[in-house]
Ligand binder design. Sequence first.
Ligand SMILES: Nc1ncnc2c1ncn2[C@@H]1O[C@H](COP(=O)(O)OP(=O)(O)OP(=O)(O)O)[C@@H](O)[C@H]1O
Ligand SMILES: [Mg+2]
Length: 349
Amino acid sequence: MTENIKKIIEEKLSKILLPNKKNLIEEEIIEGISYKDGHIQISLFANKDNIEEIEVVGKLLKKELQNIEGVISVTTVLTNEPVKKSTSSTKEDKKQTIQKINNVKKIIAIASGKGGVGKSTISINLASAFSLMGKNVGILDADIHGPSVPHMLGLKGKPEVNSDKKIIPFEFNSMKVMSIGFLLNEEQPVVWRGPMVHSAIKQMATETDWGELDLLIIDMPPGTGDAQITVSQHLPLDGAVIVSTPQPVALNDAVKAIGMFRKVDIPIIGVIENMSYLLLEDGKKEDIFGTDGAKNMSEKEKIFFIEEIPLDKEIRESSDKGNPYIFEKPDGITKDIFLKAAEKIEKII
Ligand SMILES: Nc1ncnc2c1ncn2[C@@H]1O[C@H](COP(=O)(O)OP(=O)(O)OP(=O)(O)O)[C@@H](O)[C@H]1O
Ligand SMILES: [Mg+2]
């Protein structure tokens, strides 16, 4: 952060008073501030008792900081960490808030802007491909609002806790699997607030006994909300794979997701185009959602194009059966595409 901007921000912050007449810095409500290319992001500590108050503070902050010359956007994120007493938390930068995950060599996120484009399908099949390549793999389902990994891997039940108070993940063909779906009652909808999303994802990532992993694949929810911010800012991500269908509506959202990862300096590994074409029984291809949309977008965004995956009935059927396609159909035509995609990703990370 340039010193000048930092000073201006701190000065503005010191003038925002809470109902107890203390300012935000005195009350140690700010977890961290980052500033890059005109974009300010501020994380604020909140808990269930003060969340409403902090949300108001967030809005006020945005209004105040938006007026600083050169500032393009101001984003506030609520986190529910305990307030630190000894240090001035405004001095923390992003790197210091990143939580290490022991014994996990690489972590990648599978993300998209639009929902339903196949992130979960690709997460479980890529993980399976890496596993076939001899890697120790973990899958973290970070889709707090609609976890689908348990269903796609046919896993059910509540995870146990070991003597170190770490969650013992489920296993599928030697892959370690953790999902919020294991912890929630399926019938009970949960209304997630920002800080809850943050702590649930962080806890699943850092308090699961993953063992020794070569790779942890994080299946993200759609969009660029609290979950994305938590994963990209608080976990040591090595990169993100963007999934899109070839349709303009999905591509526009994919570009937004790319923008978000770039903003927080997470490398984009590449783009996977899903449902690129319909694989007909006679082996012919039919472009249902348009032709080469994601390929063209990746060229424009100067991002590596990983692979195109067909719309294949057997992929959907195997997911619904609870077995990843590449295990269910060991001779399937699309299996090689997932394996090639995994090899390319491995080379890049
Ligand atoms: N290549 C494909 N061929 C056939 N069906 C597919 C393919 N990819 C995904 N599907 C199916 O499309 C549906 C949506 O896929 P999936 O759940 O993986 O998307 P998602 O991006 O994770 O969705 P969400 O945003 O809700 O998390 C699922 O029923 C899945 O089985
Ligand atoms: Mg999903």
